[in-house]
Design a protein around this ligand. Structure first.
Ligand code: HEM
Ligand code: HEM
Ligand code: FE2
Length: 480
């Protein structure tokens, strides 16, 4: 047994050891995401910068694909993290799960190297198979798609098999069903059709139904577990909320899909369906805030891991603001007609992804570090008053909010000048791009991007040092 306060894998169960590998990969990709985002943002300000060597299209692609993959790695890690404790038995087929991790890491590396080496060229069937499928957010070529599907099947076997043989909790039930939906949907983004409307129609099944339905439910499950861990929240309460949220989320999220069908060549009825149901989508997100705050209130904030818990609260509010409020702002077709595809969309995309998902993963990184050091105390009274986690928390959240507002101002200019006044003409597009407020928005985005970068560096430093040589140990909080 390693000394208390020292990092040691021997403190973890089998599933958790694998989780740590996924977390490490998530961390690397998170850093890559930020660097490529800064490059893409810089190219807005200096269009010639790296032109022909590292094009904007590539930086943007790596930025958002790294985003999707690091969040997925974090989620997969978190599921492995809680699996043995929830099921109360070792993971079924763990060896295979470990093997798949390495295959997955190798595939991601090759895909990114190919993106960087082959930046331009002809679009042929071979391109789809070997280089990129060209579908925003899930651009991986088809060979990698197939590898991903195979990996995911193994992951699913690990999870469902373990729960089937062990304790099958409420969280487990929701999680297993959700994973079927989550990975089943991925297939909708794998086939090719030359008709761009049809292609987009199915592509949204992955993108929208992922983030607004299956990912939301997944974070609901892992947050339920985290609340039990950090606060000792009562399982019945957490699971009841989970059922309510799942019902609401699927209810509004599935038909809310229609808000992406307004202008892509689908029938007109999507205007009413999408407008109505997506307007209901913030309701489950409000429920999530109430849930987390209620739980913290009833336990008088007596928690054993302050950084993790702060990020859980950030997730509740971030989800509500980024997805709920920022989503609602442009979801009615009457408004979306003007805002569609402007920086307004990017504003929402940044705050929603960060607020709803990045936050949850960061919370789990802190839970993992705590256990790696032997369940040390990370609640009140951290050495140095925990300045590192507090500053990185502040820098990351302020950086993201600042960026969001900068993009929103730029988006307003586009909606007003390009759409409302200029009637979406070609020249109106450039009028908006040349407007000082748009250009200042692009500068502020980059400034706040640097704030985020500093926050990420501090976060990495804190994760590697928090709880070092701590001698106080936590009391087990889970009720019997
Ligand atoms: C965590 C949940 C969510 C995430 C991560 C998310 C993320 C995104 C992203 C990245 C886009 C841009 C897609 C593109 O490249 O075209 C987008 C578009 C959009 N989102 Fe969300 N979103 C979430 C929830 C919501 C909710 C709850 C609503 C409505 C209440 C909403 C309304 C919209 C609308 C209307 C668009 C289309 C914007 C346009 O026309 O350009 N989103 N979302
Ligand atoms: C240093 C910080 C960052 C910078 C400078 C940055 C910059 C950018 C840039 C320049 C784009 C392309 C926008 C366009 O095509 O007009 C972009 C897209 C995007 N970024 Fe970031 N980003 C940063 C951090 C993040 C973070 C932390 C997240 C989420 C957790 C994120 C999520 C996204 C998403 C979802 C898109 C696609 C948005 C859309 O198409 O509407 N970014 N980012
Ligand atoms: Fe959506």
């Amino acid at each position: 047994m390693a000394a208390l306060g020292e990092i040691s894998l021997s403190n973890l169960n089998g599933g958790q050891k694998l989780a740590v590998k996924y977390y490490a990969m998530a961390g690397v990709l998170f850093a890559a995401q930020i660097l490529f985002g800064l490059l893409a943002g810089l190219q807005y300000l200096m269009p010639d910068f790296l032109f022909g060597q590292l094009d904007f299209s590539i930086n943007r692609m790596v930025h958002i694909n790294a985003l999707v993959v690091w969040l997925l790695c974090g989620f997969i890690g978190s599921v492995y993290w809680m699996l043995e404790e929830e099921a109360q038995r070792p993971v079924v087929g763990l060896k295979l799960g470990n093997l798949v991790f390495w295959a997955f890491a190798a595939a991601v590396t090759i895909v990114v190297i190919v993106y960087l080496l082959v930046q331009t060229g002809r679009g042929e069937v071979a391109t789809i198979w070997l280089i990129t499928e060209g579908r925003e957010y899930i651009e991986a070529p088809r060979w990698a798609d197939i590898a991903i599907v195979a990996s995911v099947l193994v992951f699913f076997y690990n999870v469902a098999g373990t729960f089937a043989k062990g304790r099958y909790t409420g969280i487990a039930g929701v999680l297993v069903l959700d994973l079927i939906a989550l990975f089943g949907l991925y297939l909708a983004g794998m086939f090719f059709t030359p008709n761009v409307s049809i292609d987009q129609f199915w592509w949204w099944w992955v993108i929208h139904l992922w983030v607004e339905a299956t990912w939301e439910v997944l974070v609901g499950c892992i947050l339920a577990y985290a609340l039990i861990k950090t606060l000792g929240a009562r399982r019945e309460i957490v699971e009841t909320w989970l059922y309510v949220e799942v019902a609401l989320m699927f209810g509004s999220g599935i038909l809310g899909l229609g808000h992406h069908y307004f202008w892509i060549g689908t029938p007109d009825y999507w205007l009413s369906i999408g407008g109505f149901f997506s307007a209901l989508e913030p309701i489950p997100l409000v429920a999530m805030v109430v849930h987390a705050v209620y739980d913290s209130g009833t336990h008088k904030m007596q928690n054993n891991n302050h950084p993790a818990f702060a990020w859980i609260i950030a997730a509740a509010f971030g989800n509500f603001l980024g997805a709920g409020v920022w989503g609602f702002m442009h979801t009615l077709p009457q408004i979306n007609l003007f805002t569609h595809g402007t920086q307004w969309t990017a504003s929402h995309g940044h705050l929603a992804f960060f607020g709803a998902f990045a936050t949850v993963n960061i919370a789990f990184f802190y839970l993992a570090m705590q256990k790696l050091r032997g369940e040390v105390w990370m609640g009140a009274g951290l050495p140095d008053r925990g300045w590192k986690w507090k500053w990185s928390f502040a820098l990351l959240n302020i950086g993201m909010l600042g960026m969001t507002v900068a993009l929103l101002v730029a988006g307003y200019v586009q909606s007003q000048i390009e759409r409302a006044i200029g009637g979406s003409s070609w020249s109106a597009y450039f009028d908006a791009q040349a407007h000082p407020w748009f250009q200042q928005g692009m500068w502020w985005r980059e400034v706040f991007g640097v704030v985020i970068l500093i926050g990420v560096v501090l976060l990495a430093w804190d994760l590697l040092t928090v709880g070092r040589r701590e001698t106080r140990v936590i009391q087990t909080l889970e009720p019997a």
